[in-house]
Design a protein around this ligand. Structure first.
Ligand code: IPM
Ligand code: MN
Length: 376
């Protein structure tokens, strides 16, 4: 029996999570796995009513469960940054989910916006570092000639304080933001990327950075990549600058196998990745702590304008459920969810508007759950 924390969140979150759970239940029935779902109310509605975003007690409760299933966060009534930082990033950091695993896979029957590219060309993983880089969120904004700030980054790995004294020629208004890469933070994400390549039989790992401009943080990133690569002599390695990656994902996606990237560039290139795999409605992600509690979510947002319409594609969330099963070592059930999804996509009868169909969110969830039962 697995206890799973569920945070449906905002906008379309509750609708897609309901379909994800329907499919996971079906896979559980087929494979003899039981789930107990523990729901948490956090998100915009809860915040607007109570001013509470995510209390520490809730994190402690989630710590008693085996995994976390998240819908989406974000709401136009809440200032940008509050729910993102205090809910989503807080969970990623608290549970030290240092891997953001985002498969970029185009399934048969899914329209791809790239001319002459099909499923045989688009099948790779982006391994996004998930706790460091510019996402550490420390910085300041000032407009005095003399200023000092105490900035702190607290992680499972370290507690770092920056005492920054600023002296300016005059009272310019400026803002700055600090990005961090640590040797250990880089090492563990590189190791995950190479281990993934090995496990999946993929023979190339590409490291993304902008080491030609952000020379401090990404020279450390590169050094660690080269060191970790030495333990995997059978796997080819290369460095790609992030700007070039956006070009190559479009021009030659078939080149890529495992792509390891710092946090912020990973955020950007996986939206591009989602588009070449058929759209945001198909792109799942896992926030993984291989030694701890992981969290699975679609990579898209809360799409507030579609809230309550039973209209959006639940497949990204369903495939996030597949990633959860894989993380729980339930490979058979994970494969079943993927095969059922592929089959429903291939048949092409039941699909939401983003894939050119007219089916409802719940019809897609139902069809995949039925297919799971049939194949299981
Ligand atoms: C994502 C999202 C988040 C991120 C936001 C909502 C904080 O864009 O998961 O890709 O930037 O990581
Ligand atoms: Mn994003």
């Amino acid at each position: 029996m697995y206890r799973i924390s569920v945070v449906p969140g905002d906008g379309i979150g509750p609708e897609i999570i309901a379909e994800g759970i329907r499919v996971l239940e079906a896979a559980g029935d087929a494979c003899g796995i039981k789930f107990e779902w523990k729901y948490f109310p956090y998100g915009a509605e809860h915040y607007l009513e109570t001013e509470e975003v995510l209390p520490d007690d809730a994190l402690k409760e989630m710590e008693k469960t085996e995994s976390i299933y998240l819908g989406a966060v974000g709401d136009p009534r809440v200032k940008p940054g509050i729910l993102e930082k205090e809910l989503l990033l807080k969970m990623r950091f608290y549970f030290d989910q240092y891997v953001n695993l985002r498969p970029i896979k185009l399934y048969p029957g899914v329209p791809c916006p790239l001319k002459d590219k099909g499923p045989e060309h688009i099948n790779f993983y982006v391994v996004r570092e998930n706790t460091e880089d510019f996402y550490v969120g420390v910085g300041d904004r000032l407009s005095s000639a003399k200023h000092s700030s105490l900035l702190e980054i607290k992680r499972k790995l370290y507690d770092i304080k920056f005492n920054i004294d600023i002296t300016q020629d005059k009272a310019n208004e400026i803002a700055y933001q600090v990005g961090i890469i640590s040797r250990e933070g880089a090492r563990r994400i590189m190791k995950f990327a190479f281990e993934l390549a090995k496990r999946k039989g993929m023979n190339r790992v590409t490291a993304v950075d902008k080491a030609n401009v952000l020379t401090h943080i990404y020279s450390l990133w590169r050094d660690v990549f080269e060191e970790v690569a030495k333990d995997y002599p059978g796997i080819d390695t290369e460095f790609n600058f992030v700007d070039a990656v956006t070009m190559w994902f479009v021009k030659n996606p078939e080149w890529y196998r495992v792509v390891v990237t710092p946090n912020m560039f990973g955020d950007i290139i996986t939206d591009l990745g989602a588009m070449i795999q058929g759209g945001m409605g198909l792109a799942p992600g896992g926030n993984i702590n291989p030694e701890g509690i992981s969290m699975f979510e679609p990579i898209h947002g809360s799409a507030p304008k579609y809230k309550g319409q039973n209209r959006v594609n639940p497949i990204a969330t369903i495939l996030a459920g597949q990633l959860m099963l894989e993380d729980l070592n339930e490979q058979g059930a994970a494969d079943l969810v993927e095969r059922a999804t592929i089959e429903v996509l291939r048949e092409g009868k039941i699909r939401t508007y983003d894939l050119g169909g007219t089916s409802k969110t719940s019809e897609v969830g139902n069809a995949i759950a039925r297919k799971v039962a049939e194949l299981g």
